[in-house]
Design a protein around this ligand. Structure first.
Ligand SMILES: *[C@@H]1O[C@H](CO)[C@@H](O)[C@H](O)[C@H]1NC(C)=O
Ligand SMILES: *[C@@H]1O[C@H](CO)[C@@H](O)[C@H](O)[C@H]1NC(C)=O
Ligand SMILES: *[C@@H]1O[C@H](CO)[C@@H](O)[C@H](O)[C@H]1NC(C)=O
Ligand SMILES: *[C@@H]1O[C@H](CO)[C@@H](O)[C@H](O)[C@H]1NC(C)=O
Ligand SMILES: *[C@@H]1O[C@H](CO)[C@@H](O)[C@H](O)[C@H]1NC(C)=O
Ligand SMILES: CC(=O)N[C@H]1CO[C@H](CO)[C@@H](O)[C@@H]1O
Ligand SMILES: CC(=O)N[C@H]1CO[C@H](CO)[C@@H](O)[C@@H]1O
Length: 469
């Protein structure tokens, strides 16, 4: 645009010069009228009579110089523009090539490796950098560059999307393997320096509570896929057969409310390989507060203050009981997680429910349940507001509550000991893969937390401290 203006100016100047040249030509006529004569020495003399109007020689010279300078400038700009155009054409070509690559990766589900993604990302970043530079050097707006910028941004989004859609979870697992290898090395290095943590046999409560937590271990994406961000999972716990392997996965429907389908696997390997699953349907549960204890699934019956007890052998509801005065229908759910007014928990001593009532002004209440009848055996009122915590679980009769620190860290910050009726403040940081922890289920036989993290099934080992005297 600037160049176009320049061109117009140039043309204008040229015409002005031409105009003034014409007028000079007209004024030139009197020059022809010269009278010549020979003097005494035979030298030829002639006098020229200039007309009254002074010829603007200097002005013309200045004009000519200005025109020259402008013309050079114009040429320079013109070359710049053609250079930019070439660069832009090259980038366009590159974008087309990259888009083809991405589309190819999208259409074929061949196992693309992490390297592909990293390379793609590098290339895209490089292009983004160049186009940003281009934008700043070109004064004023340029539609082509703007367009390029948008396309590159689009590409980045596409690649990120693709990466997160990776159904086989290869990337996450690969990273986990690398992380594990590194940790192994670290362990090896520090093996002789650190004291081994105290060992407490599974199911035992002879410890002084949680003192630390392991790094998260990503097991897999839930079987229904990335868009099933809400749900819960865990491993059945039974006092009689503590070594029994029964894994359950219960992603909620994408509305984050309806519990409809769940899967059972009879071994950890089957779970990992998504093999030999029993897929079953409930009509309906609500929220991701589900727990499994002794081959029964416990959940909040849809749109009610009722607790449901489902026989996993037959997929039938065997008990349905109202939890007196319990708030429901997303009244006092957890922070960042909807529809979890009722959160069932299992610990060494059996089944619990964590909820809230209007009378208790939304604070956390803990009730011990008779798992046969779902009768409330005892209730504890805490002074912790339920919607301000992100989740909770119970270990050895002690409730642990979490809250988010940022998108990658969660903190176990609050405890309520039902044995002593004391509340406490602690700070144990849990690293997390994604932003929101939808549910936490504790299994006493392996002392592991089973966490549903934005669609991913994640595990954490708990580390206990010796009893403090
Ligand atoms: C785009 O791909 C074509 C064919 O694969 C190749 O010839 C060309 O060099 C590539 N262009 C760029 C800018 O990478
Ligand atoms: C960016 O992506 C969206 C959706 O994928 C598409 O509708 C839009 O046309 C794209 N824009 C450009 C400039 O490629
Ligand atoms: C650790 O200690 C044992 C003996 O207690 C020793 O044999 C071993 O070499 C040590 N390992 C390292 C990595 O220092
Ligand atoms: C807690 O565990 C993490 C991860 O295993 C570790 O890095 C950290 O040092 C531990 N903290 C304490 C106080 O033991
Ligand atoms: C639970 O209820 C059943 C059936 O009424 C009863 O036999 C059992 O003793 C109760 N358990 C506890 C711990 O109260
Ligand atoms: C635009 C311009 O400079 N025009 C000049 C042409 O020449 C006459 C006199 O010869 C000037 O008066 C004009 O200014
Ligand atoms: C051709 C022409 O214009 N000739 C003129 C030259 O000047 C004398 C007087 O200075 C005129 O008389 C001529 O007509």
């Amino acid at each position: 645009m600037k160049c176009a203006n320049l061109a117009v100016l140039l043309v204008f100047l040229q015409s002005v010069i031409a105009l003034n040249a014409t007028s000079t030509t007209l004024q030139n006529v009197p020059f022809a009228n010269v009278t010549g004569s020979l003097n005494d020495n035979g030298v030829c003399q002639c006098s020229v009579y200039l007309p009254d109007t002074v010829f603007p020689v200097q002005k013309v010279e200045i004009l000519e110089i200005t025109a020259q300078v402008l013309s050079e400038k114009f040429e320079r700009e013109l070359t710049k523009v053609s250079q930019y155009t070439k660069a832009i054409e090259m980038y366009e070509q590159k974008i087309r090539n990259l888009t083809l690559k991405v589309e190819h990766m999208e259409s074929t589900s061949v196992s693309y490796t992490e390297l592909d993604f990293q390379l793609l990302k590098l290339e895209i970043n490089e292009m983004e950098r160049l186009v940003t530079q281009l934008k700043s050097t070109l004064v004023g707006s340029n539609v082509i560059v703007e367009q390029l910028y948008v396309e590159i941004k689009n590409l980045t989004l596409m690649v990120n999307d693709l990466e997160s859609l990776d159904k086989n979870n290869i990337l996450a697992i690969h990273r986990e393997i690398v992380a594990l290898q590194n940790r192994l090395k670290e362990c090896e290095k520090h093996r002789n320096q650190t004291t081994t943590p105290s060992y407490f046999p599974p199911g035992s409560c002879g410890h002084g509570g949680i003192v630390n937590i392991s790094q998260p271990y990503v097991v897999q994406l839930n079987w229904r896929g990335f868009s099933f961000k809400y749900g819960s999972w865990g491993r059945d716990y039974s006092l009689r057969t503590p070594q029994k392997d029964l894994y359950w996965v219960a992603p909620l429907n994408p509305d984050g409310r309806l519990l409809e389908y769940y899967r059972l696997h009879n071994s950890y390997d089957d779970l990992l390989l998504l093999k030999n699953a029993r897929e079953l349907r409930i009509q309906y549960g609500e929220g991701s507060g589900t727990a499994v204890y002794n081959n029964f699934m416990y959940y909040n019956v849809y749109s009610s203050r009722d607790m449901g007890k489902l026989d996993l052998n037959t997929n039938t509801l065997t008990v349905r009981k109202t939890l007196l005065n319990a708030a429901y229908g997303n009244r006092f759910s957890y922070a960042g997680v909807g529809w979890q007014d009722m959160d069932f928990a299992v610990d060494e001593s059996g089944l619990w429910v964590i909820y809230s009532t209007e009378d208790n002004t939304g604070n956390v209440m803990i009730s011990k349940l008779n798992e046969t009848t779902l009768d409330v055996l005892h209730t504890w009122n805490t002074r912790q507001y339920k919607p301000s915590i992100s989740n909770a679980f119970i270990v050895c009769g002690v409730l642990y509550a979490t809250r988010p620190v940022n998108t990658r860290k969660e903190e176990i910050f609050y405890t309520y000991d039902t044995n002593t009726e004391q509340e406490g403040k602690i700070s144990i940081i849990m690293d997390k893969m994604l932003e929101t922890i939808q549910s936490i289920n504790y299994n006493p036989s392996d002392q592991i937390l089973y966490v549903y993290n934005d669609g991913y099934l994640v595990k954490y080992n708990l580390i206990f401290q010796p009893v403090l005297h």
